[in-house]
Design a protein around this ligand. Structure first.
Ligand code: NAG
Ligand code: NAG
Ligand code: NAG
Ligand code: NAG
Length: 516
């Protein structure tokens, strides 16, 4: 399953001899005095307006950072050969004050996860050699919206191969094409599957990025790399042109350094796409005037937050216990009402019955086959072809090391039978009698949990979640996740922004450079 392993939390790296880390040898500041490192979309737009910065300079800064840091971090799989040309175009449009320039993501570089199609010189491969050379029919729905807004597609971000739907043994952030992505804070587990998206924003290889989540794949890497992630309500953003796992659970969302950047990205990519009909129904959730209006410093005032303590186990880690207590105190001090010690009614059933896995297996086969069939050209045309490709190129795909158990399981399925129907009904019932009931009975605006520990509940019901940096345990970042009912993104953004502004915990990782 598209995975969010929480055990990563207690793994720390001792020493890696080939690496040195040092803080500030490179020029971070332009002649104009503007510093790109850690700059937000808003900072950048202001610098554009004041002629302190061009999109070309911005792209050049990131290309240089990628050159220096990516050999270690492996957050970027491919750089767009047209990125500088796109930057020049943005600069020209800004000069003549073209409509839409000087706002939103215009002239801002973005990385998209390698399972998101771009109809350009970049490959779209989900990290696998099996899709190298495939030709996509068109840009993914979210990429169409990004280009229309004038964003610069800087490249493709690495991921757990096939969004972790190939092998349960493959480590988070590993794929055959790109190798092992590294957490810039610990040089260890970056979590997954949108690893590269989180690694890259954390290490200032790009301004903002996009990831995808089926169960934890935005929330977990955001938590592990001290980033802000938004997993939108399923259907709020188009999944067309995304190498799928499950149309019922897949969601495309931002991974950024700040809540405000994530709100700008969400605002740009949310909305109707006729290639993904789920976006029509979900468009009712999009607020008039967009998401940035909910960036309110006092957004926590009067909010009712549920604390569901079953969802994490800090073990004997006093630091985490104390930190959690402290952060809950901050929420209270900012005016939130905490409703503590809540329990989801049917939680034992949800945790012990494997309905989600049963569903993801048959859904993956159906959805992937449909994606592959829609390609203009491809070395593989079906899941069976992918499995055969892996067997044939077992060395290239490191099959011996990691296998492909998830794919083999999925291939065994045969559409929607009695068991599959029951699995789907189970999840609908669990969501209605579980999370929905908990939220309504307690009149909650959101539930707050540490890490991505709540992702499963949000996943099976298609609910949104926003995660924000909440601290560092022995150098390892962790986040707080706010989850809510469908369409509650405005509230979640208010809560997350207010929490972020009250804590301002995120700090950039050290520069990671190969020793020469
Ligand atoms: C896409 O893959 C082909 C084949 O490996 C490679 O030649 C090309 O450079 C890749 N495109 C980019 C933008 O990296
Ligand atoms: C969306 O719905 C319309 C109307 O039911 C249908 O004709 C169309 O094929 C659907 N599009 C996709 C991509 O499923
Ligand atoms: C916590 O500490 C107790 C007593 O030292 C020990 O028995 C237990 O195994 C520890 N639990 C964990 C999760 O480390
Ligand atoms: C559905 O839930 C019931 C009750 O927990 C369980 O016995 C059954 O195995 C589940 N079915 C599937 C297909 O997951």
């Amino acid at each position: 399953m598209d995975s969010a392993r929480v055990s990563y939390f207690f793994q720390f790296l001792s020493t890696i001899l080939v690496l040195v880390t040092f803080p500030s040898v490179l020029p971070k500041t332009l002649a104009s005095g503007f510093s790109v490192k850690e700059a937000t979309v808003k900072d950048l737009q202001l610098a554009f307006k004041r002629n302190q910065l061009t999109s070309r300079q911005l792209v050049e800064f990131y290309l240089n950072q990628i050159k220096i840091q990516n050999p270690i971090l492996k957050g970027v799989l491919e750089v767009n050969p047209d990125a500088l040309a796109q930057a020049d175009k943005a600069d020209r449009e800004r000069k003549i004050k073209a409509p839409g320039s000087l706002s939103g993501l215009h002239g801002i570089p973005i990385l998209v996860k390698d399972n998101i199609a771009t109809k350009d010189k970049l490959n779209t491969t989900a990290g696998s050699f099996a899709l190298l050379g495939s030709v996509v029919p068109r840009d993914a729905g979210v990429v169409t919206k990004l280009r229309k807004a004038g964003a610069i597609i800087l490249g493709k971000a690495t991921l757990s191969e096939w969004s972790h739907q190939r092998s349960s043994n493959a480590p988070n952030g590993w794929n055959a094409r790109g190798g092992q992505g590294k957490n810039p804070y610990t040089l260890d587990d970056p979590c997954g599957s949108s690893s590269g998206s989180a690694i890259s924003v954390a290490a200032n290889l790009v301004t903002v990025s996009i990831g995808t989540e089926t169960d934890g794949s935005i929330l977990c890497p955001s938590s592990a790399n001290s980033a802000v992630g938004i997993k939108p309500t399923v259907g709020l953003t188009s999944r067309a042109g995304v190498v799928p796992i499950s149309p019922r659970q897949d969601s495309v969302g931002p991974i950024c350094r700040t809540v405000s950047d994530a709100a700008y990205v969400l605002e740009t990519i949310a909305g109707i796409d006729t290639y993904d009909n789920a976006t029509i129904e979900a468009s009712k959730y999009i607020p008039k005037g967009g998401y940035a209006q909910f960036l309110k410093k006092d957004g926590l005032r009067g909010k009712r937050l549920g604390v569901v303590r079953l969802y994490y186990n800090f073990g004997n880690d006093t630091f985490l216990h104390e930190t959690f207590k402290l952060r809950l105190k901050t929420l209270r001090q900012r005016g939130a009402v905490l409703v503590d010690n809540l329990v989801i009614d049917n939680i034992d059933e949800i945790l012990s019955v494997p309905s989600e896995n049963i569903a993801l297996n048959f859904e993956f086969k159906l959805a992937l086959n449909a994606y592959l069939k829609d390609l203009v050209a491809s070395p593989v045309k079906s899941l069976a072809d992918v499995i055969a490709f892996n067997n044939k190129h077992s060395k290239l795909e490191e099959l011996g090391k990691y296998g492909q158990d998830h794919m083999l399981e999925a291939e065994k399925t045969n559409g929607i039978g009695k068991v599959e129907k029951q699995a789907l009904l189970n999840m609908t019932r669990w969501s209605q009698n579980g999370f929905e009931k908990l939220m309504k009975r307690n009149k909650l605006d959101a539930v707050v949990t540490p890490f991505a520990s709540f992702s499963g509940i949000l996943a099976i019901g298609g609910y949104p979640g926003v995660i924000v940096p909440a601290g560092y345990e022995k150098g390892m970042p962790f986040g707080f996740c706010f989850g809510g009912l469908k369409g509650s993104e405005p509230k979640l953004i208010e809560i997350a922004y207010s929490f972020e502004q009250a804590t301002l915990i995120r700090k950039p990782p050290p520069l990671r450079k190969l020793e020469v």
